[in-house]
Design a protein around this ligand. Sequence first.
Ligand code: LLP
Length: 433
Amino acid sequence: MAELGAENGSKFIFGGWDGAELAAKFGTPLYVYSEEAIRSRCREARETFMERWDDSLAVYAGKAFLTTAMCKIVASEGLGLDVVSGGELHTAMEAGFPMERVFFHGNGKTDEELRLAVEAGVGRIVADGPSELARIEAASRLSGKRTAVLMRVTPGVDADTHKYIQTGHTGSKFGFPLSEGVLADEVGRYRDAEFLDLKGFHFHIGSQIFENKSHVMSVKILVKTMAELARSQGFQTRELNMGGGFGVEFDPRKKSPSLASFTDPMMETLTAVCREEGIPVPGTFIEPGRWIVSEAGATLYTVQEVKKTGGITYAAVDGGMTDNPRPALYGAKYHAHFPGKMDIPRSETVTIAGKCCESGDIIIENLKSPPLERGDLVAVLNTGAYTFSMASNYNRLPRPAAVLVSPGRADVIAERQTWDDMVRWDRVPGHLR
Ligand code: LLP
């Protein structure tokens, strides 16, 4: 894989490109994605999960970063795609993503979204609760199609991560609770349904998780449940989707865990506990989002002002919480390089501030940097996941462009919004004209 964030004298090289050249060509702020880095992670998912375990599929969680070009890459790598809204599904359809490999997730799905998913023939709809299951059945009956369904289960496991991105704990807004007997009732109700093909279960316990014990424990809990359903109702679980959440280091000096460090223990546990319980090993899915795309992305900014106040040196850049809300939302920590100044010692301490009217709009606090001045470039690393996809137009800041790079090629995959775009959806009622 082309080295990400490598130095070449003063230059910052990313995906085979000089960061300064990209900034000059496309402007800043700019999301830059390395195609080779995305593909190499997809490859690792294929080699260490799909090729290693029978009847398995890695499904990319599109909420981390989705455009039609990204769908094309994921499709060509042979992975599936997890979508959580009509908009994400529409993106996949526009890209010609094979619908049988699409998983439609999420809570609070609207009837319109369910209709779209059923009619598009998505591979699986993951039901978030009993009444949604009834609505999936109704939508399927209406369109005369049998829909393959997984039921999302909340295993009651507290994953070790920020509480805003924990999802597997008792009382979570997601899924069927395991502890309240609802699951067994629903399996009984739908196991032989004409328009639903109840294939099995799904869990996703949270995001940015580094140790594998919560995933492994969830697998054990789910297999016990599957065994109980087999004993009490003769229900055979054919599929288990074990979600995503595999953590990524934001500091490039540390190495992120491999996918196999999660999936091997999960699969070994699955196989062993199924054997103990005397039930067949189901087909499996995983849903990495961040793990596929985080390190493949960097954001380029231009320093607008350098200001010293109260003992702090602020470098204010031309973007901020609008293109990356993660520091403000989760206290996420990032690391940055300084294109054009890679060979200058980091003798100063600087706080990289966003330009939004919020004191909390700080991208990186207390970062060692070379002396900075107006016009310098900042490349924030590891911003491929949950940045573009969570961007907003707060302060009417246009969303930056995203470019996909590989040695010798740099293509815009999402256009930069303009100031005109900021007023495009405004309407002035007659009496104000
Ligand atoms: N599957 C399901 C059902 C999910 O809800 C998610 C993420 C994933 C898979 C992928 O998780 P990943 O492998 O990317 O951790 N905005 C937050 C992360 C929210 C994750 C939501 N669900 C952040 O920026 O950290």
